[in-house]
Design a protein around this ligand. Structure first.
Ligand code: NAD
Length: 555
């Protein structure tokens, strides 16, 4: 295949390189209806994995390695089931992974982007086809997702990330500078020089694949630390990438203790980037480590972090009540509120509150919380682990003891079999209560009822009462109010919805990310995301001899 530079050299000056962009579509979301083949395949995979403990080694330099620091991933809705047995890499092993990655860097970076892209297209095809059911089952059992939540994450979103990123990477090669005779100019999209550390969260299988995959696609070598509580699904994604042709050293699979991993990667002079998704405190900690050690590095490490949110639903008196109720039930409670975009604070005008409250309480009663594998009617399952359970419990206790707060439905929890928390709706008299400001990451939504004429004040309150800026929704039929709200809330949300819920972004349709303390807003799933993982080189080549050094004005 002709390299882009050679292609340009073969062009006459002034000729614009013709390029037909690769066509890619979003992966269709399967429905898993009774009698469907996808339902049958998923049931078989779930049966096969029931009670199974997957052995997950560290994979360093293409070799499986076990250390003595054995850990287990537990099933959230049945914590007696060990889903995966894995081990933590120690400091030496993390350093070994860095060196193994670095040794593969030059060859991988020089590989034509089309060849790298093919691997990701192939991985997407495997997930779309023969490996779909297995990966969905791992995500359901390991991370406590329902069928549809696993499907939109581990299948649809991950496939879309791989395909769209690959398309964008190939298309990018055709973004070239202009050339003026007698020179030709070109841009080479090199990878970053060094290694990229990918640190992924528990709540999306797709995010792990993207955090490690996108830099690798752009020619980087990656040291991937998956989340302890998404280990089985992350390992499955890693194996699929290898099966698709990813050379063994390009991504090192390094389960490890978070703080030790952070300390060790930031010690290396070759750290070229960190691709992180998780909580604000962890990202701030990594950023501080990097700045403390800045003088060590050969290059400024590129830091990309997508963090938490305190996402809002603002309801105006002109809103459609059905949209508010259905949108809020889904956004606040799907996956037990463990989406960074989940609605956790809501502002409702007093004129609409009686009806919205009645409908919300009616619908809340219909929600089934349980075992998503044995009962497909389950709407959401247990929260991820005991730490998360304890944190959510504290918020419920706070609501029970605070005179400003009333739990109007839910509020019970039980961790005997799994880490179950009821979908809970709380009403607050104080819009500045901590429950309206801090991330909870559980199935709790708090409502503040405001005098309907004061909606402008409420919009300013939404904008200023939390330091987050991830997602938010405005429910209103009045176009003037929508325009007004869009202006006031311009920086309150990186993903802003009008008459829709605050969750459910789709790759290439609503590129995702927020600013303020919610992250660096690099918009995963959009065309610009991959630019974070390239360090372009501009090349000018002159095709005639340089004959003089003096300028005409000097004569
Ligand atoms: P977390 O911060 O606890 O962990 C994220 C990852 O960081 C894990 O792999 C963890 O082991 C690792 N880690 C922990 N301490 C570390 C350290 N000192 N150095 C290096 N790595 C360390 O987050 P989580 O509980 O896995 O995920 C939930 C959080 O992620 C929520 O705050 C949620 O809002 C956020 N999130 C954001 C987005 C987004 O796109 N904005 C998407 C998903 C999740």
């Amino acid at each position: 295949m002709l390299g882009i530079r050679r292609l340009l050299l073969t062009c006459r000056p002034g000729f614009r390189l013709q390029h037909t962009a690769i066509a890619v579509k979003n992966e269709p979301i399967l429905e898993f209806k009774q009698g469907s083949s996808e339902r049958q395949a998923l049931k078989e995979a779930l049966n096969e994995q029931k009670g199974q403990t997957l052995e997950v080694p560290c994979v360093i330099g293409g070799e499986s390695v076990w250390t003595n620091e054995i850990q287990y991933q537990l099933c959230p809705f049945n914590h007696s089931h060990k889903v995966a047995k894995f081990c933590y890499a120690d400091k030496d092993l993390i350093n070994k992974a860095i060196n193994a990655a670095l040794s593969a860097h030059r060859e991988w970076d020089l590989k034509p982007v089309e060849d790298r892209a093919q691997i990701f297209f192939k991985a997407a095809d495997l997930i779309s086809g023969s490996r779909r059911a297995e990966l969905l089952a791992r995500t359901m059992i390991g991370q406590g997702k329902t069928v549809i939540q696993a499907e939109i994450d581990a299948a649809a979103e991950l496939i879309d990330f791989f395909r769209f990123n690959a398309k964008h990477a190939v298309d990018l090669q055709h973004e070239q500078p202009i050339s003026e005779p007698p020179s030709t100019n070109s841009t080479l999209y090199r990878s970053l020089e060094g290694f990229v550390a990918a640190v992924s969260p528990f709540n999306f299988t797709a995010i792990g694949g993207n955090l490690a995959g996108a830099p690798a696609l752009m020619g980087n070598v990656v040291v991937w630390k998956p989340s302890d509580t998404a280990m089985a699904a992350s390992y499955t994604v890693y194996k699929i990438l290898l099966e698709a042709g990813l050379p063994p050293n390009v991504i090192q699979f390094v389960p490890s203790d978070g703080p030790l991993f952070g300390e060790t990667i930031t010690e290396s002079e070759h750290l070229a980037g960190i691709n992180f998704t998780g909580s604000v405190p962890t990202f701030k900690h990594l950023w501080k480590l990097v700045s403390k050690k800045l003088d060590k590095y050969r290059t400024f490490p590129r830091l990309s972090g997508e963090c938490g949110g305190k996402n809002f639903h603002f309801v105006h008196k002109s809103a459609d009540i059905g949209s508010v109720v259905n949108g809020t039930i889904r956004s606040a409670f799907e996956y037990g509120g463990q989406k960074c975009s989940a609605c956790s604070r809501m502002y409702v005008p007093d004129s609409l509150w009686p009806e919205i409250k009645k409908n919300l309480l009616e619908e809340q009663k219909k929600i089934k919380v349980g075992n998503p594998v044995d009962d497909f009617e389950t709407f959401f399952s247990a929260v991820i682990d005991n730490k998360s359970f304890a944190r959510i419990k504290k918020w419920i206790e706070h609501a029970q003891s605070s005179p400003n707060l009333t739990i109007i439905s839910g509020g019970k929890y039980d961790d005997n079999i799994g880490y179950f928390v009821e979908p809970s709706i709380i009403e607050t008299k104080d819009p500045q209560d901590p429950i309206m400001k801090e991330e909870i990451f559980g199935p709790i939504v708090t409502v503040y009822v405001y005098p309907e004429t004061k909606y402008q004040e409420i919009l300013h309150l939404i904008d200023t009462s939390t330091p987050y800026g991830l997602t938010g929704s405005v429910f209103a039929q009045d176009e003037n109010v929508i325009a007004e709200a869009s202006k006031i809330l311009r920086y309150s949300a990186g993903n802003f919805y009008i008459n829709d819920k605050s969750t459910g972004s789709v790759v290439a349709q609503q590129p995702f990310g927020g600013a303020r303390i919610s992250g660096t807003n690099d918009k995963a799933g959009g065309p610009h995301y991959i630019l974070r993982w390239t360090s372009p080189q501009s090349v000018k080549e002159t095709h005639v001899p340089l004959t003089k050094w003096r300028y005409p004005y000097m004569d």
